[in-house]
Design a protein around this ligand. Sequence first.
Ligand SMILES: [Zn+2]
Length: 270
Amino acid sequence: MIEFLGNIQPIILLFMLVLMYSIENIFPYLEKPDRPAQHYKRNYGTSVISFVVNALMGAIVVMAIVTANHKQIGLLNLVNIPKYAKIIIGILLFDFGSYLTHNLQHRIPLLWRFHRVHHSDFHLNSSSSLRFHPVDVIVSQCIYQSLGAIVIGLPVSAFVIYGTIAIPLLIMQHSNVRLPQNVERVACLIFATPCWHKIHHSTEQPLTDSHYGDVFSLWDRLFGTWGYTKPHEIKYGLDEFKSNEQHQVWYLLKSPVKNNQRLLDDQRQE
Ligand SMILES: [Zn+2]
């Protein structure tokens, strides 16, 4: 079963991209960009290298997990609890580590330079879910996931189950869709639902620096990094990426080495 879930993850990704693309174009939640085709093209163009990096890094992460389990390294390998408990605790700890890493991607100026490519999108839709700078992918996927899995002693099955939940959720979170209100209200008590996550893409920094959770909203609730704002009340993107040219693929990829207004502001405040 676990092997099957691992094998179908690329199919889940493709299926969700097609499904969300269809829904957001037939029943868009919020206003579409002025030039939708250009927006999709640029986001998918930016994500091509990240996608390849992600696939290669995935193999490194799996190797790290298998090695850690083989050598019995990591917290969960030190305790004698049932396998299902290890899987549940492993998934929770892995998501908590992801929450912490995401915090660092916002707080450490060098990491933010790469992560802001994902935040610079002024219109969220299914293609925004893959708009990451390749270095940002290396930080979150390779460095965190490998180290996190080793420290936790994450079972392979927990990693596969986590990915099977996280992939469709990632696409839904960024798509221009919304869940029925009642479902959203209940689901966001546990999961980082589409409306919950969209707040993280606000142009207002206090909101950008909130709603960090990847799969669960629990960590944001626990550490107070969340607010009540609704997605239709906010503006997406980053003020430092105002012009249309700044959303071209090449500009986005080299933007980490360009001036960063938020960095300059931080330096001025020091
Ligand atoms: Zn972020």
